[in-house]
Design a protein around this ligand. Structure first.
Ligand SMILES: [Ca+2]
Ligand SMILES: [Ca+2]
Length: 574
């Protein structure tokens, strides 16, 4: 009997969705309780003074009740918006419940006739504290070359994986004199993503973003305790964690100043724990992109860690300058995947942005105008950062650190460029029916990090211009990531009432523990479906699969978690 009902329901759902394809934009199509649409909220909740919006399926009701779950009293009977549709989510129609003006801390749910109650969410100023800490702790739990101990990791303790004291030179890396040594030590660093590789360009932007979070919100990180092996020293834990990767990065430089592209196995590792992966690991390729990324990251690091590690600070700057010089002499050494290598490519043939970023960071750390003049001549466009396009990182660093070094006019010109970009994203937020500045073109592989990197631009505009309008748009992204989206998932493992259970992350898949490592941001929806797994929808904002199979929407990565840390850190600081 149950099966018959289920079949009928499925047929009905199929029929309704077939119809809705014909009547795109027909707002008379109502959602019913039998449909699987639910009220979507930020599953962790809202800060007291933030914009507070929930997405309600398009039921006939025109009002909502906001219920205080402790007293079971209705705090507000509010008006739902008119029905809306979002191009990125197909034909679903929905309404907004806006309760921005509720500023009483507490636990609430939304009740709307014709649809199930929302889950319980909070309004208070600490709603993001623990997810922020977990997002940063993720890096410790993904460290290479160290035992992950029970006292720091609890059930996620695991034996040391990838000591990397016997790394081989791949034929693509055999240049100069280095390779005459058979083996090389290249220890520490974080696992890049779902695999166990270590890639310079991706770890560069990830490390830089964590360092920027510290530079911009020091009060948050001065007091944060991650419970990692270095928690009892006098160095902020975010710096300790960044150092774990910087100490690996520095090993990737060859004697001539150039930087190896990556350290991986030839094939993808098996579905096994780090200590079980006994495949040989290689230094592979040497590229201009890796050298410039290294120069930028180590130059920035030299500046940020100077008060804590003066000797390392000097060492990093020296290495950065050497990598810069190598890049000037080898401007087009692009990565070409050797025939026997299957690991990630991270190929990039547009290096104007990498040159600009490295020049800007070297200018800030050395104060030598030769670098700023180089930077000015490049004349690049800016967009939200990604591992492949780092132009914005130069703009951001200069705006936060170069005010005293530039003429008033030069500084104002840069500020206007930043503001123009943020204004574009603010407009997208205001005109978005879903109240999130996600355009169709943002639904790329790793769309959640595209979202959070746009949020970084907005948060920085808020700070640089002392204008809180931008915060609303940034909050829209936080809500989107934490559950106010058409998939109904909070995209951070372990945080929310519906979260990814099967991320494409080898440790979580093979550690024998049901719950994945917490605090990991999954890549997020995008319509490419390159992994050919099963998806319920091919709409950009709904094309997501919580399955191990789905490396194109459900993988995790160090460069995706880093903007999550930054953005949550910004809101924790408020
Ligand atoms: Ca510490
Ligand atoms: Ca580039």
């Amino acid at each position: 009997m149950k099966n018959v009902v289920l079949k009928l329901t499925l047929i009905t759902v199929f029929f309704l969705s077939a119809c809705s394809a014909v009547v795109k934009g027909d707002f008379s199509k109502l959602s019913t309780e039998s449909s699987n649409q639910k009220i979507a909220v930020n599953q962790l909740g809202y800060l007291v003074n933030s914009e507070k919006i929930a997405i309600v399926p398009n039921v006939t009701a025109t009002t909502y009740d906001l219920v205080d779950v402790n007293t079971n009293k209705v705090i507000r009977s509010g008006q739902l918006s008119h029905a809306k549709i979002w191009d990125n989510a197909g034909n679903d129609t929905f309404k907004h419940a806006d309760f921005t003006d509720i500023v009483t801390q507490g636990n609430y749910l939304l009740r709307v006739k014709g649809v199930r109650n929302s889950a319980v969410f909070s309004i208070n100023n600490h709603v993001y504290d623990s997810v922020h800490t977990a997002a940063l702790k993720y890096y410790y739990l993904n460290r290479s070359s160290i035992e992950i101990e029970k006292k720091y990791a609890g059930i996620y303790a695991r034996p040391l994986g990838h000591k990397d004291d016997d790394v081989l030179y791949h034929s693509s890396a055999e240049q100069g004199d280095d390779f005459k040594a058979k083996e090389v030590q290249s220890q520490k660093g974080w696992y890049d993503a779902g695999d166990y590789g270590k890639y310079v360009v991706n770890s560069g932007i990830a490390t830089y973003t964590l360092l920027a979070a510290f530079e911009h919100y020091p009060e948050v990180y001065q007091k944060q305790i991650l419970n990692i092996p270095e928690s009892s020293d006098n160095v902020p834990d975010i710096i300790n964690e960044a150092l774990w990767n910087l100490e690996w990065l520095i090993t990737m430089q060859s004697k001539d100043g150039g930087v190896y592209h990556k350290l991986t196995t030839l094939e993808w590792p098996g579905y096994e724990m780090p200590h079980e992966d006994k495949r040989a690991r290689y230094l592979i390729g040497k590229t201009t992109a890796a050298s410039l990324n290294f120069a930028a990251t180590l130059s920035a690091a030299s500046r940020v860690i100077a008060p804590y590690y003066p000797n390392k600070s000097k060492q990093y700057l020296g290495a950065a300058i050497k990598a810069w010089k190598y890049s000037l002499e080898n401007r087009t050494q692009f990565y070409e995947q050797p025939a026997d290598v299957k690991s990630g490519e991270y190929g990039d043939s547009q290096l104007k942005d990498e040159f600009a970023w490295a020049a800007a960071e070297l200018f800030l750390t050395t104060k030598d105008n030769i670098f700023y003049n180089f930077y000015k001549e490049i004349n690049i466009d800016y967009s939200a950062p990604s591992w492949r396009n780092v132009s914005y990182l130069s703009l951001s660093s200069l705006l936060f650190k170069a005010k005293e070094l530039l003429s008033k006019q030069e500084y104002e010109d840069l500020k206007i460029k930043q503001k123009n970009l943020a204004d574009m994203y603010l407009k997208q937020h205001i005109s978005s029916s879903y109240s999130v500045a996600m355009e169709k073109s943002d639904f790329v592989w790793g769309s959640n990090s595209a979202a959070l990197n746009k949020a970084i631009v907005l948060l920085q505009a808020a700070q640089l211009n002392n204008n809180s309008h931008y915060l609303k748009a940034a909050q829209g992204f936080v809500d989107y990531i934490l559950g106010r989206n058409p998939t109904g998932y909070s995209f951070v493992t372990g945080f929310g009432y519906k979260t990814p259970q099967h991320p494409h992350h080898r440790i979580s898949q093979s550690d024998g523990i049901t719950a994945p490592i917490p605090g990991m941001l999954v890549g997020g929806p995008q319509a490419g479906q390159q992994d050919e797994c099963n998806y319920d929808s091919n709409q950009p904002a709904k094309s997501y699969s919580d399955s191990w199979c789905s490396y194109s929407t459900n993988e995790v990565a160090i460069n995706w978690n880093a903007p999550l840390v930054y953005v949550l850190g910004a809101f924790v600081s408020r």
